[in-house]
Design a protein around this ligand. Structure first.
Ligand SMILES: [Zn+2]
Length: 337
């Protein structure tokens, strides 16, 4: 470590600094202990279980692409990357040059004081809870849900303990804007525009890759009278159709309609959207990695613009690898965030 951290601070100094900040930070003790265990590779990850002779697959049960150790489940896994990218910590964390989990902790403690460290520690804890929910309850929490949960969790703890420092400052206010997907993942934002006086709805879709490039977009009408909720479900289905049309096998469809996302994650057989949801789930089951997640409205502005466009113009607008001139400024506005 000394060699790795050659500079003004020795490896031992960095480590001392980290433990000092960890124990001083204002988060529940169970969070500190969890992070301590992760640092020492003492979490019951698939890798450490298999090392101890438990007959399990070493692969990460979420992404099935990496060996599941602390650094994978809490940082390298595409699921974890989505969470960090959704948090306000990303501009700092993305500078982490890589390494095992302890190196990640040492890097982080060189960036923040013990107050600022709070939300980082809580997200580390939430990432592990999310992993367990997925393995043991088959429940998938979206990245934005995790970040919101971590903020609430820390806020409640501070309030209950009479620590009235503004939570926004400590959580570095989670950002809700659009961000590029992690490596190899295609992000497909979808939205519906519903005007009850019209006999059709507008649907907007935009698919972008890790370099913010627009792979494809769609603005079209779907004829019929639909409730806003059904309209949003139809928009998700159009997004999934587009992924299928483009032959993608690693994608996430993002909708700002929380109820539609919930209906797809936990389908109800007699619900009015049941058929649409079944279609969507069939497609998801047929690809390597396909998901439907929630995103704030602020993170879904391009799809919203495309949906509105379909309400006002009767042209079917579709493209691959190009952006129409009128849409360009909206795509650019997302990149500024
Ligand atoms: Zn993984």
């Amino acid at each position: 470590m000394g060699r790795r951290c050659s500079g003004s601070t020795s490896g031992r100094g960095l480590e001392h600094n980290w433990w000092g900040k960890l124990w001083k930070s204002q988060v529940p003790n169970k969070v500190k202990i969890h992070v301590w265990r992760a640092y020492h590779e003492a979490l019951p990850t698939m890798f450490s279980l298999s090392k101890r002779g438990v007959g399990v697959n070493k692969l990460c049960p979420s992404c099935r692409t990496g060996m599941e150790d602390s650094s994978h489940v809490l940082w390298y896994c595409s699921e974890a990357q989505e969470v960090w990218r959704n948090s306000a910590l990303w501009p700092v964390l993305k500078k982490f040059p890589g390494g095992p989990f302890y190196a990640f902790c040492l890097f982080v403690s060189s960036q923040w004081n013990s107050d600022e460290l709070g939300i980082f520690l809580v997200i580390i804890w939430c990432l592990w809870q999310r992993r367990n929910k997925w393995i043991f309850e088959n429940k998938l929490m979206t990245a934005s849900e995790i970040v919101a949960w971590a903020g609430r969790f820390l806020g409640d703890f501070l309030t209950c303990n009479g620590l009235d420092s503004p939570v926004e400052k400590r959580t570095l206010a989670p950002k809700a804007l659009w961000h590029a997907p992690s490596h190899g993942l295609i992000k497909i934002n979808v939205d519906a525009a519903v005007d009850s006086s019209l006999e059709f709805i507008g649907v907007g879709i935009v698919a972008r890759d890790e370099e913010d490039a627009v792979m494809s977009f769609l603005s079209r009408r779907i004829f019929g009278k639909f409730s806003p909720h059904l309209g949003e479900c139809l928009a998700v289905r159009e997004g999934v159709f587009l992924a299928n049309f483009l032959k993608l096998d690693n994608w996430v469809v993002e909708s700002d309609a929380m109820n539609a996302v919930r209906a797809i994650q936990n389908p109800v057989a007699e619900a009015p959207e049941a058929n649409i949801v079944e279609d969507i789930r069939d497609y998801i089951a047929g690809v390597r990695n396909g998901r439907v997640c929630h995103i704030s409205r602020d993170g879904n502005r391009v799809a919203h613009t495309l949906a509105k466009y379909a309400l006002s113009k009767s042209v079917f607008c579709f493209g691959i690898d190009f952006v129409p001139r009128w849409l360009g400024p909206f795509v650019k506005a997302d990149l500024v965030s």
